[in-house]
Design a protein around this ligand. Structure first.
Ligand code: FES
Length: 326
C-alpha cells in the first residue's frame, strides 16, 4: 500500500455555506509554505479524533497552493465524522490531513463538460468548473437541491457562469430546486439533448446517481464519470479464503461474517481506512497474487480486471488465496 503523506494544517476559516453545510479552509502552519498540488476532482482525508478518517472533495481552484477548501454536510446518520466537525471543530485548531488523491478526474480537453450535482455533491464539481474556467473550456451545470436553503456556493457558481458567458463560452447554470419545480431533475431528457462528444460527470446521493447511470447507459463509458458518496454493493463477508501479507510475512484466514478489513484490524495490521463502504479509496492495497472479488466504487472496469489493487474494506476474494503488499 502506498501510504499517503500526512500534513498538519490549521483551520483558518469555517463558513456556513448552506443549511447543514460547513465550509472549511485549511492552511499550512507556516506562512509562505505551499501545499502539494492537486487536480480537479481530488479529495483529502481528514484524520479526526477516535481514529476516524473521513474524505472530502477539494472545492477550491486547482493551482491554489496556499490553502485547501472543503465542505462538510452534517449527515443525520453520521457515525461521528460530520457531527464532530460541525459541533467541535473551531477556527485555529489543527487537523491531520492526507495528501490529495483523485478518483474522479476531469477530462480537460472535452468539447463540452456537463455536470450533474445533487446537494453536497457540488463540491468536486465546483473545483472542476473553476478549472475549466481557468482553461477557457465550456461547461454546463445542473445542480439539484431540495430547496434554496440547502444550495451551497450558488453565488460562486453564478459568477463563474457570468464569466463564461461574458467570454462567449457555454457556462450554463441550471439550478433545480425540487420543492419549487415540484419534480426531480429530468435526466433522460437532459442527457438525450447533449452533443454526442460531451463528457458527463455526476456526484450526489444514490438515487440521483442511479438515475444518471440509467440515463447514460448507452453512452461510451469513457465519457461518463461519477463519484459515489455511499456504497452500492454489500461488502464481501463470505470469508473462507487465505490472505498472505508479503511484506510482513504473515498469513491469516478471513472468516465468514467478516470483511478482509475486519480481519486485518483484528490481527493488528496497520491499514488505513475511512468510509468502510468502498467509495473513498483510503484502504487501497496492492494485490500481488490471486483474484479479488471487487465490491468498491473506486476502481473502474479495467482496473478491476487487472486485479492489481483492491479496497480491503469491502472487497473479498474469488480465489482461495490472496497475496497482498502489506
Ligand atoms: S475505506 Fe473507503 S474505500 Fe475502503
Amino acid at each position: 500500500m502506498s501510504t499517503p503523506t500526512l500534513l498538519t494544517l490549521r483551520v483558518r476559516a469555517l463558513t456556513w455555506e448552506a443549511e447543514g453545510i460547513l465550509g472549511i479552509e485549511l492552511v499550512p502552519l507556516q506562512p509562505n509554505t505551499l501545499l502539494p498540488d492537486f487536480e480537479a476532482g481530488a479529495h483529502i482525508d481528514l484524520h479526526l479524533p477516535d481514529g476516524l478518517v473521513r474524505s472530502y472533495s477539494l472545492l477550491n481552484a486547482p493551482g491554489e497552493r496556499q490553502r485547501w477548501c472543503i465542505a462538510v454536510n452534517r449527515d443525520a446518520a453520521s457515525r461521528g465524522g460530520s457531527r464532530w466537525i460541525h459541533e467541535q471543530l473551531r477556527c485555529g485548531q489543527t487537523l491531520t490531513v492526507g495528501a490529495p488523491r483523485n478518483h474522479f478526474p476531469l477530462n480537460e480537453a472535452a468539447p463540452l463538460s456537463v455536470f450533474i450535482a445533487g446537494g453536497i455533491g457540488i463540491t468536486p464539481i465546483l473545483g472542476m468548473i473553476r478549472r475549466l474556467e481557468a482553461l477557457g473550456q465550456p461547461w454546463r451545470l445542473h445542480y439539484a437541491c431540495r430547496d434554496r436553503a440547502h444550495a451551497a456556493y450558488v453565488a460562486e457558481l453564478q459568477a463563474l457562469s457570468e464569466a463564461a458567458q461574458a467570454a462567449g463560452r457555454d457556462g450554463t447554470l441550471d439550478l433545480h430546486f425540487d420543492a419549487e419545480r415540484g419534480r426531480v431533475l429530468d435526466l433522460p431528457g437532459l442527457v438525450a439533448a447533449l452533443p454526442p462528444a460531451s463528457h458527463l460527470y455526476a456526484c450526489g446521493p444514490k438515487g440521483l446517481l442511479a438515475a444518471y447511470e440509467a440515463a447514460t447507459a448507452a453512452w461510451p463509458r469513457e465519457q461518463v464519470h461519477l463519484e459515489y458518496f455511499a456504497a452500492q454493493e454489500a461488502a464481501a463477508t463470505e470469508g473462507g479464503y487465505q490472505v498472505e501479507l508479503q511484506r510482513s510475512a504473515r498469513s491469516l484466514q478471513v472468516r465468514p461474517g467478516e470483511t478482509l478489513l475486519d480481519r486485518l484490524l483484528a490481527e493488528g495490521v496497520d491499514v488505513l481506512y475511512s468510509c468502510r463502504e468502498g467509495v473513498c479509496g483510503t484502504c487501497e492495497v496492492r494485490v500481488l497474487e490471486g483474484e479479488p472479488d471487487h465490491r468498491d466504487l473506486v476502481l473502474g472496469a479495467a482496473e478491476r480486471a487487472a486485479n492489481t489493487r483492491m479496497m480491503v474494506c469491502c472487497s473479498g476474494a474469488r480465489s482461495a488465496r490472496l497475496v497482498l503488499d502489506l
